[in-house]
Design a protein around this ligand. Sequence first.
Ligand SMILES: [Ca+2]
Ligand SMILES: [Ca+2]
Length: 212
Amino acid sequence: MIKFLCVILFAGAHYAAGAPNSGYVYSREADAWLRLHMVPARWSDAGMRCLLEGGVLASPTTNALAQVMAAIMDDHKLTRSVFTGINSILVRENFTSLEGVPLSSIPVGWAAGQPDNDNADEDCVALTGAAKLEDVSCESVLPYFCKKASKRINCGDGEHGDPLSEAGFNEWSLNEPNNATGYETCGSIFASGLLNDAQCDEPRAFMCEFTL
Ligand SMILES: [Ca+2]
Ligand SMILES: [Ca+2]
């Protein structure tokens, strides 16, 4: 049985283009996929949107993440701060990221004068363009990043695990599958529309299928 696993590893010195139309870009340094949502939202809505995308409201939990987030903000000429997942909603002044990383382990400092808990209503944390933190109201409306932690986007098994012979299309290109490298255990398709077995760790464009 041959299963098709959509795996993509985009290389890039800084961050690279991601899945077409997904809005996500892959950062090798941060080993994460990031999507900047320029349309601002309240913190809870931002978090929900990221969840719906299969990600999490991003926090600068590493230096690499902080730098990449700031670089993307700069690329988009974003002068406003962005929401992070860091919050103290459950325990006042006990800030943690949505992944549970405590503020003490997050290598990003507060902006000058922060946190000030203005109006005693600042349980959420935003990242400034200078890669500093500021506490803000969760009811603020800010841009934000969603993050997918893995560089592998798994589109699932082609035709949901069915054997290729039952998947509706099993036309191999000439002399394929040939397992040319001895490691060709993933499926790909040539521009001819015919199938090929390919190495899973070779960077390639890919398509995902969604059932609506
Ligand atoms: Ca503040
Ligand atoms: Ca092949």
